[in-house]
Design a protein around this ligand. Structure first.
Ligand code: SF4
Length: 292
């Protein structure tokens, strides 16, 4: 079952482009290594830890000296949920971002069908605890940072008390940062989906003010697209040449081995002819240069 906000669900497609053969992964990494590859982002329109060649991908990255930048739904399936599996991930990744689309049982299960909030929370706590232990023991060897990737939507728009609770929990278990991102909707998304989940612009701005304030008293670094929403509200669309694409040092390899340079979801999954898919009006141009 698809998560309702997945771009595949928004374009009303049942399946993505299929699983990438490992030979394609290997060829892409080997080619990119010649160009100074810095990290690999396994982005799958699905759970990367369910990729049937994930262990091989990890081995290849380790052998190549290139870290993974992993975003996971926090289910840590199979061996990746064991202590050994989590330790392995912590040493192979530069950052592990765990998605969070709700912070109670009801919203969590609606937004991540098949997921279990208590299990998710316990997995994040175990991972963060292991990260602390590994850092203490690793000396100079790098250990992954742990981030939460929060998607805000109409059913998950925390008030001050809820923001405080999330930040308090994250700080107490040693989360390094939280990315706060309002849900993104394609121009092709069904009206009903947008009505059900999209935050009104004034609500996004109110969340921005709340988070800017709350972040000041938290040790957890707060980032994400929520923080540049006021820029979007205030600015005319960028001129084509005024701000460089924040993703111009990335390339995206599709399962058939073809390459894309633009991660704008409207261009990739929505309507490439729509204004949201054009560089001159790209919302992603307001993203800071660093990755988040
Ligand atoms: S549409 Fe946006 S993300 Fe894509 S190349 Fe243009 S500026 Fe970059």
């Amino acid at each position: 079952m698809l998560c309702p906000l997945c771009f595949l669900a928004q374009r009303q497609a049942k399946f993505g482009l299929g699983e990438m053969p490992f030979a394609t992964v290997r060829a892409a990494i080997e080619n990119a290594l010649k160009e100074g590859l810095r990290e690999v982002i396994p982005s799958t329109m699905g759970e990367p830890l369910l990729y049937s060649h994930f262990a091989e991908l990890l081995e290849l990255c380790e052998a190549s000296g290139v870290p993974l930048n992993l975003t996971t739904n926090g289910s840590f399936p199979g061996k990746w949920g064991t202590e050994e599996g989590m330790r392995r991930l912590l040493h192979a990744c530069s950052d592990i971002k765990v998605s969070c689309m709700g912070f109670d049982d009801a919203v969590f299960s609606e937004m991540m069908p098949g997921g279990d909030f208590s299990q998710w929370k316990s997995n994040v706590e175990r991972l963060a605890s292991l990260a602390r232990t590994e850092r203490a023991a690793a000396g100079d060897e790098p250990v992954s940072t742990i981030s939460l990737q929060v998607t805000l939507h109409k059913k998950f728009a925390p008030d001050a008390g809820a923001v405080h609770s999330i930040l308090h929990w994250a700080q107490s278990i040693g989360i390094d940062r939280i990315k706060w991102n309002p849900a993104v909707f394609l121009s092709t998304a069904p009206d009903e989906l947008v009505r059900q989940y999209a935050l009104e612009p004034d609500k996004i701005l109110a969340l921005n003010s709340l988070l800017v304030q709350s972040a000041k008293s938290s040790k957890v670094r707060c980032e994400g697209s929520l923080f540049f929403e006021p820029l979007l509200a205030a600015q005319e669309p960028c001129r084509e040449d005024s701000i460089p694409c924040p993703f111009d040092d990335e390339l995206w390899v599709l399962p058939d081995g073809s390459v894309q340079y633009c991660p704008n979801p409207e261009r990739r999954y929505g309507n490439p002819a729509s204004s949201m898919a054009q560089c001159s009006r790209c919302l992603m141009r307001n993203a800071p240069r660093h990755k988040f």
